[in-house]
Design a protein around this ligand. Structure first.
Ligand SMILES: Cc1ncc(COP(=O)(O)O)c(C=O)c1O
Length: 427
């Protein structure tokens, strides 16, 4: 996702829906097309205009590259689905997702997770974002406190704020949440409504929670009576050769359930599908199943479920995922090599296990918001997500995404970043 946070806004990052409507004369058949303007709005699709490398390397963009979006594959899956003749495909849908889709999804996930997934434990959502929103709508009340790791996904904080929840952040270790710090809170009587974690290829650190910590965390949830929401958007996106521990739901053997694992097709197929899933004990899912919003809407995106169902059954999903893991790994390697070459002494970066991001640490005391402002004011043509947005003690950190720009562009970006850091620190 991509948002302005304490950063000077640039004309080129105006959300697309704020643009003036296209000039219809452009659509006249065979009319000569005017020369493209310097900053052409290439498409009405997409959340943001993302600059090309000559204008800016915007490392903040946590979205797949345009070249990674599988339009032909989705077209094939859609054609396959629309060859079916059951009119009810277009009816209000089965609330938790239609059974054949959930069974296909369960089979796919069981294979890729290397852990059994039951269709009855799956509930189709509008991506991880939709899953978080649904959960908060049904289970949380404004004013309640929730825990998250420090650092955490900055937009999860924004979602929790939408529901009036107070977020308390718990420090992280290289192998996941700091269990001692969490236990200290719990022993002091601070029991959250739920704890939000990103256990695998965490955003923004790229870290993966160890198996021992997964088991301990779930045990604490059961002992103290709070739910654990595992945002597993990168569970299937560890780099090739990096085996992810089993998803968090696997560790939940409690009677009523404490873990809600959230998954998404956004990063393993395409974000615009707005499709994902919750995996949880049916007792937890029941309250969501029964809520008025879903009763009225008849389930989430049944037509998209159908298209993704075909993508799974035709093997398109598996093939795309294999390719995407390699692409992300190659892009990370290119960025890592360029950062190693160009970052000045005293600035380091963390090696991620997968996902989309690299966390860079500037020398102690450096303010990465001020540094980002400096980069824009002095036209360094590089941008990133400053650490303050994902954790108060991360003021001297910044997050770089390696999903959007290609290797050559990222090398240019890393060089710009390195030079900018040197210039900023020598002021
Ligand atoms: C940790 C994390 N959770 C959730 C999302 C958004 O997921 P979705 O598109 O499934 O709503 C992102 C996207 O960047 C993310 O990094």
């Amino acid at each position: 996702m991509f948002q302005q946070h304490g950063v000077r806004s640039l004309r080129s990052f105006r959300p697309l829906h704020q643009r003036p409507p296209p000039d219809l004369r452009d659509l006249t058949p065979l009319a000569p097309r005017p020369a493209p303007p310097a900053w052409p709005p290439r498409s009405e699709y997409g959340q943001y205009d993302i600059p090309t490398a000559d204008v800016m390397i915007n490392f903040k963009v946590g979205q797949p590259a345009e070249s990674m979006l599988p339009l032909d594959e989705i077209r094939k899956a859609a054609a396959h689905k629309f060859a079916e003749t059951d009119q009810l495909f277009l009816q209000y849908g089965f609330i938790s997702g239609y059974p054949r889709f959930r069974r296909s999804l369960a089979t796919f996930l069981s294979e890729w997770y290397k852990a059994p997934v039951e269709a009855d434990n799956l509930f189709v959502t509008n991506g991880v974002t939709g899953g978080l929103g649904l959960y908060c709508m049904v289970y949380a009340t404004a004013g309640e406190t929730v825990f998250a790791e420090e650092p955490t996904y900055f937009l999860a904080k924004a979602i929790f704020a939408d529901f009036g929840l107070n977020v308390v952040q718990i420090p992280m270790d290289p192998d996941g949440i700091n269990i001692e710090a969490l236990e200290a809170q719990l022993e002091a009587g601070n029991i959250p409504k739920f704890l939000y974690t990103i256990p695998t290829a965490h955003n923004p650190t790229g870290r993966t929670m160890s198996v021992a910590k997964r088991a301990k965390l779930v045990a604490l949830g059961a002992q103290y009576g709070f739910h654990i929401i595992a945002d597993e958007v990168y569970q299937l996106l560890t780099f090739p050769g990096v085996e992810a521990p089993p998803p968090l739901f696997t560790f939940d053997d409690t009677e009523d359930g404490v873990v809600i694992s959230l998954g998404s097709f956004s990063k393993i197929l395409a974000p615009a599908l707005r499709l994902g899933w919750m995996e949880a004990n049916p007792k937890i899912l029941k309250k969501i199943f029964d809520c008025g919003t879903l009763d009225s809407s008849g389930g989430i995106n049944p037509v998209i479920q159908g298209i993704v169902h075909s993508a799974i059954d035709l093997g398109i999903q598996a093939e795309y995922l294999t390719k995407t893991k390699q692409t992300l790994s190659d892009r990370y390697s290119a960025l890592a090599a360029a950062l190693t070459e160009h970052l000045p002494a005293g600035t380091t970066f963390e090696v991620p296990e997968g996902g989309y991001f690299v966390l860079v640490q500037l020398p102690e005391g450096t303010d990465s918001v001020a540094f980002n402002n400096f980069c824009q004011e002095t036209d360094k043509k590089v941008m990133f997500l400053p650490g303050a947005s994902f954790g108060a003690s991360y003021g001297n950190f910044l997050r770089l995404s390696f999903s959007y720009y290609n290797a050559a562009d990222m090398a240019v970006g890393a060089e710009r970043l390195g030079k900018a850091i040197t210039a900023f620190l020598s002021q």
